[in-house]
Ligand binder design. Structure first.
Ligand code: HEM
Length: 428
């Protein structure tokens, strides 16, 4: 359980997560206890036990977040709930991110990619993570608010950035602290979103998740009030943004480190470009379904990067598991990363090998987007975003990593210094 109060928190956040988990797993097996962020925790690293927590007995394990984070995102956001409110919201959010709902935004996503890549042409050095954050943020804004730009959007962008800066800071609510600034930005966001909601109620024909949450209000099923809508809009931007940007940064790193794969991905993408040019058209949803190798590279990136190393739940009562007692109130952490790095399910787990996905992974062993009631509703959008980006990146540029190898945590694991690169025009 480590030191009093701090437990093993420092080790977890400073050690390589692969060795933190695997050292303990070797010593104690696939279920063991520790102490993180002031809470006693049980870590589990087998697909069978993770399924019990996330799927079959999920009612015994509620989602749990530090109170400061809940306050900052908004307590009515989907992540923090269970039961009828959660499933109602989840259906609404999911309906905005199903393939049928996002198919129509491929051209708009492509526009965002093209605008971003244009700025790369005259850049000397590019910080990949920073650029991917810009991209993922624009796509998140598009999917939440639609393509019709409203005057509030710019203000929302600035306030959101301030909120993000304070999110991982110490929760010290004193004047001038990042946390305090973030909480002020959160209040500002609420006001702006409320004004947008008022305006949208007066007009019809709006787009995006905001419209889905509002139109449900009109139908009068379970009426969502304004703060429920605002908390979920902020929550979805939050969930969509850093995650996708971090995975995209790893995608560039892995392709750079595996030139033979990059060569084959580029060939696949050149073929799509040839077809597009022949028909004089832009990239379509159907094109993105014709990219088998690029899709496998993305699947393997999600496994190898495992940016969400684990998730948190809390036992709502005493639970017995594999002969161990998990006391009520203890946190339970299914370790996605350990499962993704198990040689039993992913042979030679440290090798970046997209061909392993030529065969579907065994059930409950591949969970980059989680599992069960709280699994990610944005997985299709995230994959689409990555494919459209990969298409234009590989046909336009080649890139060279100029930083040193290494990983940093912010809070997701990302290549050191955000992966600085130099880009050159692609050779045909
Ligand atoms: C590659 C990018 C992404 C990764 C790796 C990822 C991963 C995850 C994971 C593992 C969970 C489950 C967390 C848990 O069980 O506690 C989750 C939940 C969630 N994700 Fe994503 N996500 C990504 C992108 C997105 C995008 C683009 C959206 C936008 C719609 C999104 C929205 C959400 C939401 C709203 C939840 C909470 C669902 C719930 O509590 O029912 N994510 N994500």
């Amino acid at each position: 359980m480590g030191w009093p109060y701090i437990g093993e928190t420092l080790k977890l956040y400073t050690e390589n997560p692969n060795s933190f988990f695997s050292n303990r797993e070797k010593r104690y097996g696939e279920i063991f206890k520790t102490h993180i962020l002031g809470c006693p925790c049980v870590m589990i690293s087998s697909p069978k036990l993770a399924k019990i927590v996330l799927v079959s007995q999920s009612h015994m394990f509620k989602p749990t977040y530090p109170p400061s984070k809940e306050k900052m995102i908004g307590p009515e956001a989907v992540f923090f709930h269970q039961g009828p409110y959660h499933s109602h919201l989840k259906k609404l959010i999911q309906s905005s991110f199903l393939p049928s709902a996002i198919k129509g935004s491929v051209s708009q996503i492509e526009d965002i990619v093209l605008r971003l890549l244009l700025t790369w042409e005259h850049s000397n050095t590019i910080n990949t993570l920073r650029e991917m954050k810009k991209y993922a943020f624009e796509v998140a804004m598009l999917s939440v608010f639609g393509n019709k730009l409203e005057s509030e959007i710019e203000g929302i962008r600035d306030l959101y950035q301030c909120l993000e800066k304070g999110y991982n800071s110490m929760p010290l609510d004193l004047p001038g602290t990042p946390f305090n600034k973030a909480m002020k930005a959160r209040k500002g966001l609420n006001q702006k979103l409320r004004r947008m909601i008022e305006k949208r109620k007066e007009k019809s024909g709006g787009e995006g998740l905001l419209e889905a949450l509002l139109s449900n209000e009109e139908e009068g099923k379970i009426k969502l009030n304004e703060s429920q809508i605002a908390d979920n809009i902020i929550g979805v931007i939050f969930a969509a943004h850093d995650t996708t940007a971090s995975v995209l940064t790893w995608l560039l790193k892995y392709l750079h480190d595996n030139p033979h794969l990059l060569h084959d991905v580029k060939r696949e993408q050149e073929e799509i470009r040839r077809k597009r040019l022949e028909a004089n058209r832009r990239i379509t949803w159907d094109d993105t379904r014709q990219m088998p190798l690029s899709t496998r590279v993305i699947q393997e990136t999600l496994r190898a990067a495992s940016i969400l190393s684990f998730t948190y739940r809390e036992a709502v009562e005493d639970v017995e598991m594999e002969g161990y007692l998990i006391p009520k109130g203890w946190k339970v952490l299914p370790l996605f990363r350990s499962i993704h790095y198990s040689a039993e399910f992913f042979p030679h787990p440290h090798k970046f090998d997209p061909s392993r996905f030529e065969v579907a992974p065994r059930p409950n062993t591949y969970m980059p987007f989680g599992n069960g009631a709280h699994s990610c509703p944005g997985s299709e959008l995230a994959k689409l975003e990555m494919l459209v980006f990969l298409h234009h990146l590989t046909i336009t540029f080649q890139w060279e990593v100029i930083g040193e190898d290494g990983v940093q945590y912010g809070p997701f694991p990302v290549p050191r210094d955000g992966l600085p690169i130099k880009v050159y025009p692609a050779k045909c």
